[in-house]
Design a protein around this ligand. Sequence first.
Ligand SMILES: Cc1cc2nc3c(=O)[nH]c(=O)nc-3n(C[C@H](O)[C@H](O)[C@H](O)COP(=O)(O)OP(=O)(O)OC[C@H]3O[C@@H](n4cnc5c(N)ncnc54)[C@H](O)[C@@H]3O)c2cc1C
Ligand code: SF4
Length: 498
Amino acid sequence: MLFDFDVIVVGGGAGGGAFAYACARAGKSVLVLERGDDRYAGSASQDEQAMMIDKGPYDDRKVDVNGSPRRLYMGGILGGGTSLYGGALIRPSDQDFQPGRYYGRRIPRAIWEWPISYADLEPHFTEAERLYGIAGCEEDDFGPLGRPARGFPGEPLPLHPLNQRLVASNRAKGLRPFRLPLAIDAARCLRCGACAGYVCPTGARRSSAQLLESAVARGYPLQIRTRVEVERLVREPGGRGTLVAVLDRVTGLRTCFRARRYALAAGAIGSALLLLRSGLSHPMIGRNYMFHLATIVAGVFPQATTADSSFIKQVGFADYYFGTKKHRHKMGLVQSLSVPGPLTAAKFAPFLPAAVRQFLRERMLPLAGLVEDLPDPANRVTLGPEGGAKLTHRYSRYDLARRKHLTPAVTRILKRAGAVYCVARKYTSHEHVAHQCGTLRFGREPASAVLDGDCRMYSDPSVFVVDGSFLPTSLGVGPGLTIMANALRVASKAAAEL
Ligand SMILES: Cc1cc2nc3c(=O)[nH]c(=O)nc-3n(C[C@H](O)[C@H](O)[C@H](O)COP(=O)(O)OP(=O)(O)OC[C@H]3O[C@@H](n4cnc5c(N)ncnc54)[C@H](O)[C@@H]3O)c2cc1C
Ligand code: SF4
């Protein structure tokens, strides 16, 4: 049988980029098919209207979310989420791989333990940290979170004075704040106020698009085609193999490609949609959609902080990862957030006069507390009437209760640093799906998982899934580094068997 490529990778984001890079480096011929442009076509990468309101670099499809059509904040150009992310690439805790220890009967027995351990991913975390040039502070205490054995490859940005206060005042009270490990090159970084959510104007924030481009520049056998959408997987008659059906979004032409192996990496919503469109009928496809539940608390300080005009997402706290003193239930990381721009602030608080919003923005420091939302089969991606994605999602009472307990702990962190007033929003956005995951989970049994422990589909051994879909639980940290490390792990298996 003739193959066009050894490997076809669908989607050039965090998982797809790392997988394609590693396979091409191993000498396999790789084609990356990416739905979006190779870069953001507009000129103003720091323009809030273009980025956050018009959602220029985000996926341009409308998704039905609980009955309302919405455009979601999910990466829609080469690099996927990594072209827009905050670049905080954090190792999870080794205990995240055994969620049954914390949740017991709240989750099915089949996922009490992941099919792999932290130790299985460890070498790949190290490799991902090197490929993305992560800058962090080796001396910091990361509490229950994993840390690189031999330090970080990059030097961190100097701490903003407000963050110095945040760190010192909380250390004095026995907490263990640490520098967020960031995929940001300090030498090229402009310290913009607008970073996460925006295209980086200098390339200082490393993305999977850069990784793919570096593979091409090194002469690895890798081709990238952008503005092509993979519409479905097609089984050839007579069980002869699998093809991908592709739409060229510029010419409108449709074609098929054949490879020895496929890696789906279209994101947890996109890959589930693709399999549903392909007519696959495994009952777990698209289920258990998760994307974290966050509590967002903004501390207001007596004087202007300059946090609104400089880079501020620098500090993390894992002190409440496994709960607070009063509420010993697993939660997740607390980390700094950028101050929202004027237009986003107007969206959040339209009832305040513009001058008051500006006054507050100049004195504000926001923190986000993440809660590891639990998988629920009723939270799912299904096929809408016109072939688009339909999302059904509701947080459980247990998720909401944990957020309620995390909020005062986050407030105390800000008050220690001198915030005179803190505002906590109960607001939950289904448009901010940055940490989407879980819809094609891996596991030891085909009855309760779509993928085996190597992220290969039980129903088609030529297809791997290497984006955030594979996660059976959502972790207490952002999923970026775990997705990259897992994609590198799976790539080593795929390359070895080719
Ligand atoms: C604003 C923002 C901030 C974030 N900050 C952080 C952070 O600080 N730390 C962290 O860990 N995580 C962060 N994340 C999340 C992180 O970026 C994602 O977890 C990660 O990128 C997901 O990787 P993925 O491979 O699953 O999908 P993605 O990276 O989203 O890649 C999917 C790719 O597939 C393409 N695609 C979709 N459908 C098709 C199709 N049918 N055919 C071809 N291509 C297709 C998409 O265009 C996209 O390029 C952030 C995300 C956003 C949006
Ligand atoms: S703060 Fe640095 S990394 Fe972030 S967008 Fe600006 S230049 Fe890029």
